[in-house]
Structures are given as C-alpha cells and as structure tokens.
Design a protein around this ligand. Structure first.
Ligand SMILES: [Cu+2]
Length: 175
C-alpha cells in the first residue's frame, strides 16, 4: 500500500523530528488544479474536479486550455453576490480571467468544503470542490446544501465529500 502524503509526513516527523518540520514550514505543499478544454471548446472542465488537501496547502489553478480564458471563483456573497459554498471563516477568492498558460495561487487555511466555479462556463457545469482537512478537524464546515442560485447540473457535477476523502482526487467523468 502506498502511504499518502499525510502518512509520510507523520512517519518522517517521528523519525527525524525538527528538521522535517522546519522544511515543511519553509515550503508549503502545492496542489495543481488545471483548467482544461477540448480543442474546439465543446467541453471544458477543472482537472481534478474533486480534490482533498491538507490544511494550508497552496492551490494552484493553471489554465491548460489553449482556446479559452477561465476563472476559478469561490461561491461567496462577497463575489458577485453568490450564495456561500465555502466555510464561513474562509476568505473567498477569485482568480479573475486566466489566459492560456496563466496561473493563480490561493492558500486554504480553514478546514471544510469549498465549491468554486468558472464565471463564463458555470452554465456548462465547469465547477469543482476542494475538501480541506477532515471532518474531525476543529472548525470544520461541511457541504453547503442546495443553493437557490446554483443549477441541478452544477450540484450534480460536484463530487460527494466522502468520495473525495476516500479517493483523494476525482477526475472528470468520461463522457
Ligand atoms: Cu471556464
């Protein structure tokens, strides 16, 4: 069985304490979420669309779609007056439009469930869900319920939290 990152950190921490801790503080882990699209733009998506990360991970959104600009935008009243779908204690983010090849970083420090979307392609269900930490973490806030301003197609595109926690990452379903 391949240990996950948290287990590796836990094992390393037990073996050579201080040094590894210092290194971990110096370089926070980075996880990449790509914006992807087919050549003619019939289909666009976040890859992965579901991702589990540790608290304080840097999320890097990278536009790998040569034919489209995309955003990664948190569902939050402070951004375009959307219903909140990230933890109450978390800061919302908006990457603004990323041209092909451009990227945007955000660090998520509050444990819980974060739903985000691409402004021009939300209607095509270009959405994603990040799970930070685990449900027994202090301050955890779980899934937002159905929001009136979010379509059934969007809700259906957001992977269940337990599936994300189980598999670590969920890629776009093959259609
Ligand atoms: Cu998009």
């Amino acid at each position: 069985m391949k240990p996950d990152r948290r287990q590796i950190l836990a094992m390393g921490g037990g073996l050579c304490g201080g040094l590894l801790t210092q290194r971990a503080l110096a370089a926070a882990p980075v996880e990449v979420i790509e914006m992807r699209g087919t050549a003619r733009g019939e289909r666009i998506w976040f890859a992965p669309r579901g991702l589990a990360v540790a608290t304080d991970t840097v999320l890097r959104f990278v536009n790998r779609d040569p034919g489209n600009s995309h955003t990664a935008t948190a569902y939050h009243p402070g951004l375009f007056d959307r219903a909140r779908r990230i933890p109450a204690a978390a800061s919302p983010w908006d990457s603004d439009f990323l041209l092909p090849g451009a990227s945007f970083d955000v660090t998520l420090t509050v444990p819980g469930v974060y739903d985000f979307y691409c402004i021009p392609h939300e209607m095509a269900a270009m959405v994603g869900r990040i799970v930070v930490g685990a449900p027994d973490d202090p301050g955890w806030e779980g899934t937002a319920g159905p929001s009136k301003d979010v379509s059934q197609a969007v809700l259906a595109a957001l992977p269940p939290v337990n599936e994300i926690l189980l598999r670590g990452r969920i890629e776009e379903a093959t259609r």
